[in-house]
Design a protein around this ligand. Structure first.
Ligand code: PLP
Length: 426
């Protein structure tokens, strides 16, 4: 009757490309087959094979309260009774927008969408429409969803022209995206000094989490803010991951560097599909129907996503939430670092609040180039050693781990015990 993860994956590969609906779920970079999850509760996920895992994937970021938080579930049940989507304005979306605007320093207005990809794609279009310029700057190793303009890597050698990072992205599109190294203010300075007036936007993850976690230099973020002011470039912070993860209001409230536009997603949907982008009124008023930049969505701001989002934000706003997440994060990394020293494992631990990465390298990881020097073969062995011991990490060296408020001190202790054993094995 019940099928195992292995059986389900075989069947899935027949009907779904690669057997998954988003590539990194497939375990390709660590080897082996993905687990099929049957259900989850709090800090744990349970697979169809009957195993329990302490979960540090958290659905790739959204589940900051853990799985099935009773308050969120109850709010959703009430919303369900009134209908799942009307394609017309609702009270909840106004309340939700107000809460986002009050929480995130850069937001004066906000538009809801259905994914982080939609948010970044629309923010880029808006920045181009507003500035009437075409070129954009992004940073190597930062991920901004899968829109054509943003699936671009650095061109080689002297040329700064971007080249497609995926088949199907036209060269013509990619060449408008300039890719520079993260944390390298000089590179940004040189590029904007040469082409500043052609550049519509700089988009950046203020705390990158998609090459593993990388810590920004504060002078880097403050420096690009100044350059954007000087050249009339729209600064976009992609806080789809860091928003409400590292602090109430996101990385911008942590660092005090305020972008013109901010993209949100993940946590603000409380586990349901969502995206949002917002910022200065002067820029946002360019969106249809107030202005000439088109953007839309059949299910945007739907009552289920806004209800789960509102319930989640209200819980996050309670005093002590981020202090607790910080303490758990600090305990975990401190203990892991100590076990690494004892075991003679060279690792670089990067953490901001409840997002963390362990890179298997003896160098400091400050950008994509240094991240790539990690021993990914060792990471794969580590991943499987942890999985075997009941700890579910993201199946790639270049992803963040996430702690939720449902994680207990006991979860952290058990994880550290697993790490200690895993370090001996890898
Ligand atoms: C996850 C993520 C996205 C894409 O969001 P989706 O909802 O997966 O489309 C964009 N930017 C960042 C920084 C992300 O972490």
């Amino acid at each position: 009757m019940y099928e195992t993860s292995k059986q389900l994956f075989e069947k899935a590969k027949h009907y779904i490309p690669g057997g998954v609906n988003s590539p990194v779920r497939a375990f390709r970079s660590v080897g082996g087959d993905p687990l099929f999850i049957a259900w989850a509760q709090g800090s744990k996920v349970y697979d169809v094979d009957g195993n329990a895992f302490i979960d540090y994937v958290g659905s790739w970021g959204p589940m900051i309260l853990g799985h099935r938080h009773p308050t969120v579930i109850e709010a959703l049940q009430h919303a369900l009774e009134r209908g799942t989507s009307f394609g017309a304005p609702t009270e909840a979306e106004v309340e939700f927008a107000r809460m986002l605007v009050e929480a995130v320093p850069s937001l004066e207005m906000v538009r809801l969408a259905n994914s982080g990809t939609e948010a970044t794609m629309s923010a880029i279009r808006l920045a181009r429409g507003y500035t009437e310029r075409t070129e954009i700057i992004k940073f190597s190793g930062c991920y901004h969803g899968h829109a054509d303009d943003l699936l671009v890597k650095a061109g080689s050698g002297a040329t700064t022209l971007g080249i497609p990072d995926s088949k199907g992205v036209p060269d013509d599109t990619a060449r408008h995206t300039i890719t520079l190294p993260f944390n390298d203010l000089d590179a940004v300075g040189k590029t904007v000094d040469a082409n500043g007036k052609a550049i519509a936007a700089i988009i950046v993850e203020p705390i990158p989490g998609n090459m593993g976690v990388v810590i920004p230099r504060i002078e880097f973020l403050a420096g690009i803010r100044e350059l954007c002011d000087h050249y009339g470039i729209v600064l976009i912070f992609d806080e789809v991951m860091s928003g409400f993860r590292v602090a109430w209001g996101g990385a911008q409230s942590l660092f005090g560097v305020i972008p013109d536009l901010t993209c949100l997603g993940k946590i603000i949907g409380g586990g349901l599909p969502i995206g949002a982008f917002g910022g200065k009124r002067e820029i946002m008023e360019n969106l249809a129907p107030s202005g000439p930049v088109y953007q839309a969505g059949t299910l945007s701001g739907n009552p289920l996503a806004t209800t789960a989002g509102l319930a989640t934000l209200k819980l996050l706003a309670q005093p002590g939430t981020y202090e607790r997440l910080e303490k758990l994060g600090n305990d975990l990394t401190r203990e892991v670092d100590q076990r690494a020293r004892q075991a003679g494992q060279a690792i670089c631990s990067n953490r901001v609040g409840s997002m963390f990465s362990i890179f298997f390298t003896n160098e400091r990881v400050i950008d994509y180039k240094t991240a790539l020097r990690s021993d990914t073969v060792k990471f794969s062995r580590y991943f499987h050693a942890m999985l075997k011991r009941g700890v579910y990490l993201a199946p790639s060296q270049f992803e963040a781990g996430f702690i939720s408020s449902a994680h207990s001190e006991e979860d952290v202790t058990k994880t550290v015990e697993a790490v200690e054993e895993a370090f001996k094995e890898v």
